[in-house]
Design a protein around this ligand. Structure first.
Ligand code: ZN
Length: 316
């Protein structure tokens, strides 16, 4: 298979990986005069992010969008203003990080995190929210300099933290993680249940890339460690930002060269090979719960399954 054989299927809309239509304009982040002018422009839109959540609302025509206000109506917090970018119409977007979301603006506006909002929002709004949440998580966890231990301050419209004691600049972290659907020579898929997951929740295997390791090595090591299965061919499919708190999920299809399962019992409690027929029956009966809708795990599984995954109670 060529490297791009999954590209069409992987490129279908999934909110956290679809093109968002936003130009991040990184070159303007250090230009305070430009940022001030962008902030005060009448078309600029602002939303509040707090604790990984933002307000979303349903529109009369059945869409769901981020609740945004013009900048002049926004509660200004100079120190926690993130510039996110400009869309194709020239509208600029900022997120304000606050200790709490504003009170409900109307009856239907409600707080939502990425797991819910990612399924409902347009690619543009989902892209803005994932950017803001990732910055918020990083800011929250990096208030002190990792070089000298002194406090850091926000800079570059939320994209740098600077240490005033030693001058170090710290940039947002993105931790690479691999997530892989392992298949065997009978084209069955290997799914596992993590120790802390509820009964019936199965998904693809995943793990963090370790220092000094290529991502292909990481895929093979994680599968061997978690379920004792050996992997040969590893093929990249797609990636997904997963800011819980700062991961980038790199999705793969992985070909097993052995089939005997021996779970580690520490991360994976249970693992099984499923044929398509077995998976369909298990989903429909409710014996197995599918992965979260926004996760790339669901996409990898759907790619192998060949069509949208069946849901509990589906009639064949
Ligand atoms: Zn320092």
């Amino acid at each position: 298979m060529s490297t791009n054989s999954y590209a069409d299927a992987a490129g279908r809309p999934i909110s956290l990986t679809a093109p968002s239509g936003i130009d991040r304009e990184a070159h303007n982040r250090l230009d305070e005069a430009w940022l001030a002018a962008a902030w005060s422009h009448p078309t600029t839109r602002v939303f509040v992010v707090s604790g990984g959540q933002a307000l979303i609302d349903d529109t009369p025509d059945g869409r769901t969008e981020l609740v945004m206000t013009p900048a002049f109506e926004a509660p200004v917090t100079e120190t926690h203003r993130y510039f996110l970018g400009t869309d194709e119409d020239g509208v600029r977007y900022f997120a304000l990080q606050k200790d709490a979301l504003p009170g409900r603006m109307d009856q239907s506006a409600r707080p939502a995190g990425l797991r819910e909002a990612g399924l409902l929002l347009s690619p543009r709004d989902a892209g803005l929210l994932v950017h803001a949440v990732a910055l918020e998580n990083w800011q929250r966890l990096h208030r002190f300099c990792s070089r000298c231990g002194e406090r850091t301050v926000i800079a570059a419209a939320g994209h740098i933290r600077r240490c005033q004691a030693c001058g170090a600049e710290h940039y947002p972290r993105t931790d690479p993680a691999v997530i892989m659907l392992v298949t065997d020579d009978e084209d069955r898929a290997l799914l596992g249940r993590q120790v802390h997951w509820p009964e019936g929740r199965f998904s693809t295997l995943a793990g963090f890339v370790e220092p000094g390791e290529s991502i292909e090595q990481s895929v093979r090591r994680e599968v061997r460690e978690e379920v004792g299965v050996e992997v040969g061919e590893v093929e990249y499919v797609a990636s997904q930002p997963w800011p819980f708190p700062s991961s980038l999920m790199l999705g793969f299809m992985a070909g097993a060269t052995s089939s005997r399962i021996e779970v580690d019992g520490e991360e994976i409690h249970e693992a099984r090979w499923f044929s398509r027929e077995e998976l369909r029956a298990a989903f429909e009966s409710g014996e197995v719960l599918p992965p979260y809708g926004i996760s790339i795990a669901a996409r990898l599984l759907e790619l192998w399954y060949g069509k949208p995954l069946p849901k509990p109670g589906d009639v064949v």
